[in-house]
Design a protein around this ligand. Structure first.
Ligand code: ATP
Ligand code: MG
Length: 249
C-alpha cells in the first residue's frame, strides 16, 4: 500500500482510497466499485465527512429494528468487505445477525475471496455461497440469494445496495436498512430506514446504539421503529445539505 504522510490534509480519505484500490487488486472489488466509492466520496464531502443529526437518528432506529427482528441479516458486497468488514462482524455479534454475501456483478471467484476473508476473521456461517432462492422481480443473477439467509430475513441491513435490489427486497415486505451517502439514489429513496452516512462511520454507530438499548424494553424499541418516517428524515438531510452549502457560499 502506498505510504501517505499523516500531515496530508486529506489523509483519511487518501488512506481509504488506497484500501479500496488494494481490495480491487486483490480481487475483492469489481472495478465499478471504485466508481461507486467516488460517488460516495463526493456526497461525503458535501456532508462535511461527519455523521449528521438525521443520520444518527436513522442509526438509532436501525439499531432498534435489528434488535426487534426475528431474522436479521447483514448483506456484504466488495466495497463493504474492504471498508468495514471488522465493523460489520462486530455489529453482527452484538445484534446477533447473520451474514450473506451478495454482489452486484456476480462472480464465484470474488464471492469465495470475500468469504475466505470473512472466515479468516472468525465468521463461520456465511450465506450466499450456494444461492438456492430467488428475489422476485429481479431478472439478473443478482436475484439469487440464500433461502436460509436474505430470503427468509425480516430485517436486512444493506450497506451500499443497488436501487433495483433494494426495491425488490422492499416489495417482499422486509424492513430494509440502507446505508447510502447519496440521499437521492433509488436505494436511499426505496429503503425503510435510510442512513445517509459513510459505511465506515455508520456501522460502528449502529452498534453503539445496540449497546445503549441493552436494557430497553422491546415494546419501547418497537415504538421507535413504528414511529419512523423515512421521507421526513430524507427531507431533513436535504435541508442540512442546503443549509450547509448556503453557509459556505
Ligand atoms: P441506485 O442504484 O440506488 O439508484 P446508484 O446506481 O447511483 O444508486 P450504485 O452504484 O448502485 O449507485 O451504489 C453505490 C452507492 O453507494 C452510491 O449511491 C454511493 O453514494 C454510495 N456509497 C459509496 N461509497 C459509500 C460509503 N463508503 N458509504 C456509504 N455509501 C457509499
Ligand atoms: Mg445502481
Amino acid at each position: 500500500m502506498k505510504k501517505i504522510p499523516k500531515s496530508h490534509p486529506r489523509y483519511h480519505s487518501l488512506v481509504t482510497r488506497e484500501v479500496i484500490s488494494e481490495a480491487m487488486k486483490k480481487g475483492l472489488i469489481h472495478e465499478t466499485g471504485l466508481i461507486a466509492h467516488g460517488r460516495g466520496e463526493a456526497f461525503d464531502y458535501l456532508l462535511g465527512e461527519t455523521t449528521i443529526p438525521p443520520a444518527d437518528a436513522a442509526e438509532k432506529t436501525a439499531a432498534a429494528a435489528l434488535i426487534c427482528a426475528t431474522n436479521p441479516i447483514i448483506s456484504i458486497n466488495g466495497n463493504v468487505a474492504a471498508l468495514a468488514a471488522d465493523e460489520c462482524i462486530s455489529l453482527a455479534k452484538a445484534v446477533p445477525a447473520k451474514f450473506e454475501i451478495n454482489l452486484f456483478h456476480p462472480s464465484l471467484v470474488r464471492l469465495r475471496k470475500i468469504a475466505a476473508m470473512l472466515r479468516k476473521k472468525g465468521i463461520k456461517t456465511i450465506y450466499g455461497l450456494n444461492p438456492n432462492a430467488k428475489i422476485p422481480g429481479l431478472d439478473s443473477n443478482r436475484a439469487y440469494c440464500s433461502k436460509e439467509g436474505i430470503f427468509i430475513a425480516d430485517v436486512v441491513l444493506v450497506p451500499l445496495e443497488d436501487g433495483d435490489r433494494c426495491q425488490a427486497l422492499q416489495r417482499m415486505g422486509k424492513t430494509i436498512i440502507a446505508i447510502d451517502l447519496n440521499p437521492l439514489s433509488r436505494t436511499a429513496q426505496a429503503a425503510t430506514i435510510t442512513i445517509v452516512d459513510n459505511v465506515i462511520r455508520a456501522v460502528p454507530r449502529i452498534e453503539q446504539w445496540i449497546h445503549v438499548f441493552k436494557n430497553t424494553k422491546r415494546r419501547d424499541l418497537s415504538k421507535i421503529v413504528q414511529g419512523w418516517d423515512n421521507k421526513k428524515n430524507l427531507g431533513e438531510v436535504m435541508v442540512f445539505l442546503s443549509k450547509r452549502l448556503n453557509s459556505l457560499s
